[in-house]
Design a protein around this ligand. Sequence first.
Ligand SMILES: [Zn+2]
Length: 270
Amino acid sequence: MDFKKNVGKDLVYYTIPSFENTGLVKHCFTSRLFFKEKAVNENFDLNPKDINDNINRYDNYKKLSAALDIPIENFTLSDQIHGDNIYVVKENDKGKGLSSKVIIHGTDAMITNERNIALTTFYADCVPLYILDPIKKAIGLAHSGWKGTVKKIGAKTLRKMSDEYGTNPSDCLIGIGPSIGQCCFETGPEVFEKFKAHYPDSFSDFVKERHERYYIDLWSANKAQFIKLGVPQNNITVSCLCTLCNKDVFFSYRGESGNTGRMAAVLMLL
Ligand SMILES: [Zn+2]
């Protein structure tokens, strides 16, 4: 099962059917597309940097708020550094980065069991990881680029949910969202060597070599982390959408030489 494309009144965004079926969360992965006076625009940028000084981007948050029916005060943003810090979001963090100007600093993953806090992380080719524990009613959201994938931020986020909330991986639903695919994620030997060192038993399952260039499947590497912890394979939804191949729909850092906007992953417990 894949992510589902939703064409709303104002924007195009993606959702995970298994998450929707629980009735426990609101969530999405945005695209770059929005509609203005019935014309399609391609710059639905949600980059959090200096958001309060940028009227267009702030306005995009208002559109997102309306589309998801989540009050703008509930969006809670983090400032990502391609690290593996995991921040436990509490009620008094609600609104950070948007309605309250201090963003959650230096963290690529957030977890919470508080309701009505819309965890929000940012992407342009990196992999969004959504975690829902429907039993303990807790969520996690992690930004996993190749560095995060090497650091296994997905597995660390799920383990942190076990420590904090008693989450059992076998209960969890996982969504692995649109990002750069193996088709386009070409690297040199330096990046490949890091994967080989951190995935000594399994790197050959998700790396293809061609003329000393390496093509890495970040979706499979992230999926393998969750399976290893005990998440059932059938509970994992992988969007097989490559952001670079589909750069008419998604922002792509590689596809636009770094000069591009950011999409958002949003996940909130009801
Ligand atoms: Zn591609």
